[in-house]
Design a protein around this ligand. Sequence first.
Ligand code: SF4
Ligand code: SF4
Length: 787
Amino acid sequence: MYKVEWDKKSGGVLLVTSSENEIIPPRPVFYEELDLLGFNKYWDYPQSQEPLLWNIGRRYFYKGELVAEVRGGNIYEEPKIKLTENGKNLKLEPINLELLIENNKEALKTIENEAIDFINEVYNKYKDKVDYFIVSYSGGKDSQVVLDLVSRTIPPDEFMVIFTDTTMEIPPTYEIFEKTKEYYSKIYPTLKFFIVRNEQHSYDLWKIFGPPSRIIRWCCSVYKTSPQVRFLRRLNPEKQNLKILVFDGVRAEESTRRSGYSRVAEEVKHLTQINAEVIRDWNLTETFIYIYSRSLPLNKGYRYGLNRVGCSICPFGSSWSEYIIRSIFPDIANVYIDIIGNHLTSLGLHDEEERKKYIISGNWKKRAGGDGVENNIRVEFIKENKNFKIIMFNPRENILEWLKVFKIINIRKNQNTYIGELKFNDFITDIKLYLSDNYTEIIVENDDVNIINTIKKIAYKTAYCIHCGACEAECKTGALKVLPNVKINTNLCKNCLNCVNFVSNGCLLAKSLDSSERSSNKMGEAQGFGRYLTFGMRSEWLKSFFANPEEWFTRNTLGNRQYPAMINWLIDSELLIHQRKEKIISPLTNILKKHSIFISTLSWQIIWINLFYNSPVVRWYLNKIPWYTSHTSKSLTKLVMKDFEISFKTAYGGIISLLNTFESSPLGNTLKIGYIEKNGRLRIVKKMGTDDIHPIAILYSLYRYAIFKKRYKFTVSELYKDTNKDGSPYLLFGISREALENNLRWLNNKYRDLIHVDIIADLDNISLSEEIKDYVALLNDIMGREN
Ligand code: SF4
Ligand code: SF4
């Protein structure tokens, strides 16, 4: 909310409304972090409770001066310390917290009052509409601040505090929960605290589901949402359509997509939930200053240098946090590392060093399918004339129970066979079932796609269910219970199919094990190749979208096939977000509009960068077609079909949509990414590239590359390697090395806090700020500085 600058008097920082010396909000650093990293070899400092200095990214500042930097480091290796001239032989004194608080008193009062007004407003608006107000406590600093603000605003018996224990927490998180409970119970004896957790420990479920990944993030549903919703249902079993209002500690600075959302979000995270983001606009430093000003308990994880406190090993964790957690809590981290290692062994990686390298590079976080996860379940689908047969080997549940989500009319048993009818969308369908110990067969006498897809999902649920609870949390009426076995109360079931349709395979575990989604699969890479049909993203369509994004959906003049194609272009460009069947204008759209750059080639450059990461046809073109080559649509289509097992129609459609984009936007003959020449009806596309790329687009693409690679240091040479298929201004725009280096020098002078380059003699190093995790917020920041 406020800008931050150094305050040499207190050794701390000042929150100010405007500043010429603004810095990225830093976090405080304690002696425990310095000891861990080995600073005690160089510096003299007390083991004080107060912080000693500040950190931004990997850089350490004492009284406003850069004194050290740490480089490298990962789950197995410690980072290296590099002291600056100012950092030699330092004797550190603790930050004067009293003065820090005093100097920021007024600013703090403003943000506190704003947050308290917001809580009050939300409370008054929803008090007659929701069943429970909750503070969702994680043990992190943000939820600590939210809990304190809510406790100062709402009567203590009007809300409860729920700590969702993922069973993957670090020990200080359990300690801080107990401390916090004790602290508030003294002040508000009627305030209720609960711990909720899934019935099954993460040690067990990691082996059954496979390690969670950025693509298959099953753990949040299983360990966070589901236990919380099911716990609240148990508190009030008679209540249908339970509504909960959660005060949470999400901050826009930390979340890629939240900044453009409404501060109160209904049914975005879960059907039962309204989320109110109390400190959405606070920065990192403000949360720490608040904690000090109120003398609140602070999770010890921060004292060791963690930027965020959460699960010990998480697919979204940084190599920095992995280093800290494995150093401080080796026993806990090693359990998860062993599970990942065993998974890699079953994938064929038998060499220990290779497995280590794989873990260090974070490749396990990209798992997109169930290869390497052992189970003896098999589900097969067979089309027989007009009938559809599903066979399940070793199913864990009884299909008859799951079929109750349909309005079944009449099922008759004859030894091991059942014959009956079920009702779906007012149609009655005949089914036959054969059930024995380790085998279930269903024959559906219908070839309607909707009914077949629904029964497929039910088959997956029946075959795979290990009672993780995720789908139970989706049932609004409380009809579904999955423990100890699946039971559906037909008196309560409304046949809404929420429990079936909440995830693509009907079951979270089946989805996690679905090998058809694995990343190495060629079909996976080609999936969506033809999603724009043959339509390109045209300049005039984009202009009309930007002119009035909110109304564009109803007012555009696109045809029936053009409209969905354009929607897909907008989603892949990250101008639209598609979530729970809703289309939401993205923060990026608002930023491009706010800074009036939406009609410039800069916005097309940003869009092109995003398309590289989201659009299969764009990614294929950039990765496979060399610069300075010419092609026709037919020759490109042939190349696509060599790479992917897809139909001519899909391949050709994808290529035509790309060529149409080049022809009707600056990406073609201005930026020359696909320069179009016409020879009669024949179009020839030349992949030429240009040096004329906006430095902001270069910086944006470097950050996207860094965030994608989870590595903020690289060399210019790396960006020009043929093997680099992960991004870079050269891969995306064909910019020459000389032009790129000139731009990098310019950026280095202009945005010293964001990029540092050493391009002299043999050096060609680029270092970006590891603080930046959100490339959209970065763009907003730079555009703000430019204007
Ligand atoms: S059906 Fe799947 S999602 Fe539902 S409880 Fe069972 S394992 Fe979990
Ligand atoms: S989610 Fe819907 S279909 Fe599933 S058990 Fe509950 S009420 Fe029935």
